[in-house]
Design a protein around this ligand. Structure first.
Ligand code: ADP
Length: 622
C-alpha cells in the first residue's frame, strides 16, 4: 500500500494525538504551546483552547514551580533535561492537585543549531509514586514499631551484617549509642568477634533458618570493662523478593538478673548440700508431701543402715521399718501443718550390722517454706544421744543405790539420836539435850534430801507409785500448815481455806507438794512476816495457792523452776540451801495426778505457787 506524505503527517498526528503518553511541543522564547496531545491536555486538566497560547499564561499555576525556568534553561543551553518522579501541581477540575511525572524536555534544533522548540515528553507516575509513599510510610511505621518495642530489636543488612536498625532497648543491651547504626556489626561491637555470635549470624544468613538462643551468655563492654550478660534471643532471616536472605532481624531479651539470681540460688543450694554432707550430725532433706528423700548425709545413711540408693525414694519405700514407728506420719503432719517437730531423747529400735539395737535420738523435723508460707521441704537433723542417755541412766542408778544405801544408816542414827535426847533430858542436862535436838533437826534435813533423791530416781525410772485415797482437802492443808508453822519462827502462815472439796489422790504425795511450797515460801522470804495459804473450788477443780512476800522470781526464769536441778542463781545459791529438786518432784506428782501446777511472781515482791486438782466431790455439812 502506498501512503502519501499528507497521509504520513496525519498518521503521525494521530499517533501523537492518541498516545497514552502526554506529549507537548513548545516554540519560541515564550514557550507557545504548538502541540499538546489528549493525554497532555488531560494531565493539565485543560482543553484544546490552550493551543497557541504561551505556557505560562495557559497554566498560570506553573508560575511558582521550577518548570518554566528549566524550559528557559533548556532553550538557552540546548541541553536536554530529564526528571524522574518529579512533583507537578496542576489545576484539575478547578482544584490544585499534585501529580508526579517522569518527563523530558528535549530541545529541537534548526540547521544552525538554534533551539526552535522544546519537545515535552512525560509519563504520569503519580499512582506509582503514591504507592511507593505508602510503602515508605508503612516501613516508617514498622521502624517506629521497632523503636517503641519493649524488647530489643535490630536489623542487620547484608552478609556484612551492617546495623540498619537498633532500637533503644538493643542499644541498651549492647551498651552502645546510636552512632553504631550504619556500620558493620563487628566494627560496632568488636568485643563479640571471639564469641559465637558472628558465626551464628552468618549461619542464619547462609541457611535462611532462624536461630533461637536461651539463657545465652555474652561478654559485653560496659564503662570500659567487659562483663557477662545473659539473653534469650532470636536471629530471624529477612528474605528479599526472590526468596534470598537479605538481612537478619535480631529480637533479644536481657535476662541477666534472672540468670544471676538463678545461679545464686544454685550456688546456695550447692553450699547447703556441702554443709549438709560435712556436718557431723545426721541430716536429711525431704521434698514433697510424700516425703521423698532428696538428700541424706553419710551419718544419716549409717543410722538408717542404708546406702545412697534410698535417695529419690519416699521414706515409706526406702525405710519401711520406720512405718512401725510414728515418724512417717509425723513427717507428713509437719509438711501439712508447717509446725516444727522436736523430739528429745526418743527411743528407737535400729538395725546396726544386722542386729537390732535400742538407740536414743534427739531430732528435729523442720519445715522449709517458700515466700508464700507454703511448705516445700523438711530438714531432718538427728543426734544419736544413746551415750548420753546411758550415762544418765547410770547416774540415776547410782543416785538410786546411793540414796537407798544412805537411808538405812541415817534412819538408825535418827533413832539413836532420839533415844539419846530422851536419856539426856531425863538426866536433866538441858544443854546437852538441846545439842542433840539440833542434831535431830539436821538429821531431818538429811532425811528430806535423801528422800528427794530417791523420789527423783523413782520418777526417772517410772517407778514412782501412787496410792490414791479420798480425803478432805482443806483439812489436809490445815494439818500441814500446823506442822510447818513450828518450823517457821518468823513468818506467820495465814490460811483462807474454802474449797470444801474431797479429792481422790495420793494424800502423802499431795502433802509433799504443799510442804514443798510452804518450805520454799519460808526459805525465800526470810525478811517477811506473813505467808498466805488459800484453797478454793472452781470449774470442777480445787486450787491451792501459797503466797509469800520474798525475793520473787524473774519472768524469764519462771518457766524453769519446775525443771530438775534448777536453782536460784548467782550468789544467792549459797544463801539458800537446796538441791533444786523439790519443785521438779512436785510438778511430777501433780502431773501424775492429772492436775496443773504454775507460779506467779514479781522480783522483790514475792511469789505465789499454785496447783489444781480435779475435785471428786464436796464435803457435806450436816
Ligand atoms: P530448791 O529450793 O531446793 O533450790 P526447788 O525445786 O524447791 O529447789 O526450787 C527451785 C528454785 O526455784 C529455787 O532454787 C529458787 O530459785 C526458786 N524458788 C522456788 N520457790 C521460790 C519462792 N517461793 N520464791 C522465790 N524463788 C523460789
Amino acid at each position: 500500500m502506498q501512503i502519501n506524505l499528507d497521509d504520513k503527517a496525519n498518521i503521525f498526528n494521530t499517533l501523537i494525538e492518541e498516545s497514552p503518553m502526554p506529549i507537548a511541543l513548545y516554540t519560541g522564547e515564550n514557550m507557545v504551546i504548538q502541540v499538546a496531545n489528549k493525554a497532555m491536555l488531560k494531565a493539565w486538566g485543560r482543553d484544546l483552547s490552550v493551543i497557541g497560547k504561551e505556557l505560562a499564561l495557559a497554566l498560570p499555576e506553573l508560575k511558582d514551580q521550577p518548570f518554566l525556568s528549566i524550559l528557559e534553561q533548556v532553550r538557552s543551553t540546548a541541553m536536554p533535561y530529564e526528571a524522574k518522579e518529579d512533583k507537578v501541581v496542576l489545576l484539575n477540575d478547578n482544584v490544585l492537585q499534585t501529580f508526579y511525572f517522569d518527563f523530558t524536555y528535549k530541545p529541537l534544533l534548526d540547521q544552525d543549531g538554534n533551539v526552535w522548540g522544546i519537545l515535552n515528553n512525560a509519563t504520569d507516575v503519580t499512582e506509582l509514586v503514591n504507592a511507593k509513599f505508602k510503602v515508605e510510610h508503612s516501613e516508617a511505621l514498622f521502624r517506629q514499631m521497632i523503636y517503641d518495642a519493649p524488647v530489643a530489636i535490630g536489623i542487620l543488612r547484608g552478609r556484612d551484617l551492617i546495623i540498619e536498625e537498633a532500637n533503644d532497648e538493643l542499644l541498651k543491651i549492647w551498651r552502645k549509642s546510636k552512632d553504631i547504626i550504619g556500620i558493620k556489626l563487628l566494627d560496632g561491637l568488636p568485643e563479640i568477634v571471639d564469641q559465637p555470635f558472628p558465626e551464628l549470624l552468618l549461619q542464619v544468613y547462609d541457611s535462611g533458618v532462624a536461630h533461637y538462643g536461651y539463657e545465652t551468655k555474652a561478654r559485653l563492654e560496659h564503662n570500659g570493662a567487659e562483663s557477662d550478660f545473659y539473653f534469650n534471643f532470636v536471629y530471624d532471616p529477612i528474605f528479599g523478593q526472590d526468596g534470598e536472605v537479605t538481612g537478619i532481624m535480631i529480637v533479644a531479651n536481657e535476662i541477666t538478673l534472672q540468670v544471676v539470681s538463678k545461679m545464686e540460688a544454685a550456688k546456695s543450694e550447692e553450699r547447703f548440700r556441702n554443709f549438709m554432707y560435712d556436718i557431723p550430725m545426721a541430716t536429711a532433706y525431704y521434698e514433697t508431701e510424700n516425703i521423698v528423700i532428696s538428700l541424706a548425709n553419710d551419718e544419716m545413711l549409717r543410722f538408717w543402715g542404708k546406702d545412697k540408693s534410698v535417695i529419690g525414694k519416699t521414706i515409706a519405700e526406702a525405710i519401711p521399718e520406720l512405718n512401725v514407728q510414728p515418724s512417717v506420719d509425723v513427717l507428713k503432719e509437719v509438711y501439712q501443718t508447717g509446725i516444727t517437730y522436736h523430739a528429745d531423747q526418743e527411743e528407737f529400735e535400729v538395725i546396726i550390722d544386722g542386729k537390732e539395737e535400742k538407740r536414743w535420738f534427739s531430732f528435729t523435723y523442720k519445715p522449709i517454706k517458700d515466700s508464700s508460707g507454703q511448705v516445700y521441704a523438711i530438714i531432718h537433723a538427728a543426734m544419736d544421744v544413746t551415750k548420753l542417755v546411758r550415762l544418765q541412766q547410770q547416774k540415776d542408778e547410782f543416785l538410786g543405790i546411793a540414796s537407798h544405801e544412805l537411808k538405812t544408816p541415817v534412819t538408825s542414827i535418827k533413832a539413836y539420836a532420839q533415844v539419846l535426847e530422851r536419856m539426856i533430858s531425863n538426866e536433866g542436862d538441858e544443854k546437852k539435850a538441846t545439842m542433840v535436838r539440833k542434831m535431830d533437826l539436821q538429821l531431818n534435813r538429811l532425811t528430806g534430801l535423801i528422800g528427794d533423791l530417791l523420789d527423783v530416781t523413782k520418777i526417772q525410772s517410772g517407778k514412782m507409785t501412787f496410792n490414791p485415797v479420798e480425803f478432805d482437802f482443806d483439812a489436809a492443808v490445815e494439818d500441814i500448815v500446823d506442822e510447818m508453822q513450828h518450823i517457821s519462827s518468823k513468818q506467820k502462815i495465814i490460811c483462807d481455806l474454802k474449797s470444801n472439796a474431797i479429792v481422790f489422790a495420793d494424800k502423802e504425795r499431795i502433802g509433799q507438794v504443799i510442804t514443798n511450797f510452804l518450805s520454799n515460801a519460808i526459805k525465800y522470804s526470810v525478811d517477811a512476816v506473813e505467808i498466805n495459804v488459800a484453797t478454793f473450788s472452781q470449774g470442777g477443780e480445787v486450787i491451792l495457792s501459797v503466797k509469800d512476800y520474798g525475793i520473787g522470781i524473774s519472768e524469764d526464769m519462771q518457766h524453769l523452776v519446775f525443771d530438775q536441778f534448777y536453782r536460784v542463781d548467782g550468789n544467792l545459791q549459797h544463801t539458800y540451801p537446796g538441791l533444786g529438786l523439790g519443785l521438779y518432784i512436785s510438778a511430777e506428782i501433780i502431773k501424775s495426778e492429772g492436775g496443773r501446777i504454775w507460779v506467779n511472781s514479781t522480783v522483790g515482791q514475792g511469789s505465789t505457787f499454785f496447783f489444781a486438782l480435779k475435785t471428786k466431790s464436796f464435803r457435806s455439812y450436816n
